[in-house]
Design a protein around this ligand. Structure first.
Ligand code: ATP
Length: 262
């Protein structure tokens, strides 16, 4: 299995971003994730999760506040260096990539390549391992565009892991995946051990997966910390506008939630 030797810490302080001055989609967001931790960001549709992620991976520059990677401001680090250290898996999949699955996964190696040098043995080995880890070996010669939604999602996660990042940021990584692949991919991400920041819609899955959660509502963090403390029925009800009831799971002693329209 690929080993990811180094993890990094990421912290955001007082982040604000919006499409124009005075219109903030995320406001005064502060959160942190320690090296090797897994942070799940949860919130209703339109709450600002993807926008927050964009600030965290240097996709957009915050209007206020800062993001620090191991204590260093993200915007003072060269883009190529950020690309080596932070891998990103987004919701939108490039549908008509005219490349094979292997080529797409190999693209994860681009930030490590010197100029236009050819791929080396190490690049090929790491790509092969990522294909193996995501159970994609049998699809490696297929055109990416011919895959199902779930297969594409696994290819994009393999590409992120081939990058050997210190942090992986994923926007809804379990989208399109059946329950077995959801559990397998989250278990694999846990095993490989980079710092992870992921948005997840399934609150029970988030509680099992994450070491920390952040709940976001209308662009503001309403709770941030360990799942057992942050995920309360009251907070979930308010964040999602539903009635939520919690009961303790016997195996993990975490809250499990059931929902109904309030
Ligand atoms: N560039 C932009 N200009 C104007 N509005 C924007 C822009 N980017 C995002 N928004 C709006 O900000 C809000 C938050 O969007 P965002 O995509 O961050 O939500 P989300 O929590 O990820 O939602 P979902 O769960 O549906 O993916 C939405 O109402 C969206 O339409």
């Amino acid at each position: 299995m690929t080993t990811l030797p180094i993890c990094a810490r990421l912290e955001a302080e007082n982040l604000c971003w919006g499409p124009r001055p005075g219109h903030h989609i995320i406001a005064n967001v502060s959160l942190s994730v320690e090296a090797g931790e897994r942070l799940a960001i949860i919130g209703a549709n339109g709450a600002g999760k993807s926008t927050l992620l964009r600030c965290l991976y240097r996709g957009v520059r915050p209007m206020q506040g800062s993001v620090r990677l191991d204590g260093v401001d993200l915007w003072s680090i060269r883009p190529r260096e950020v690309a080596k250290r932070i891998a990103v898996v987004l919701q939108e999949t490039p549908a008509d990539f005219p490349f094979s699955v292997r080529d797409v996964v190999m693209m994860g190696r681009i930030p490590h390549r010197k100029g236009l040098a050819r791929w080396g043995d190490r690049d090929r080995d790491i790509t092969a391992q990522a294909l193996e880890n995501l159970e994609l070996r049998h699809l490696s010669s297929r055109q990416f565009s011919s895959l199902s939604g779930g297969e594409k999602q696994r290819v994009l996660i393999a590409r992120a892991l081939a990058q050997e990042p210190e942090i992986v940021i994923l926007d809804e990584p379990t989208n399109h995946l059946d329950i077995r692949h959801q559990l397998e991919i989250l278990a694999l991400l846990k095993d490989l051990g980079p710092t992870i920041i992921a948005t997840l819609h399934d609150i029970n899955l988030a509680a099992d997966f994450a070491t920390k959660v952040a709940v976001i509502r209308s662009g503001r963090i309403t709770g941030h910390g360990v799942p057992g403390e942050v995920l309360t029925a009251q907070r979930i009800s308010t964040a999602f506008g539903v009635a939520a009831s919690a009961h303790r799971a016997v195996d993990t002693s975490l809250n499990r939630f059931t929902f109904s329209l309030s």
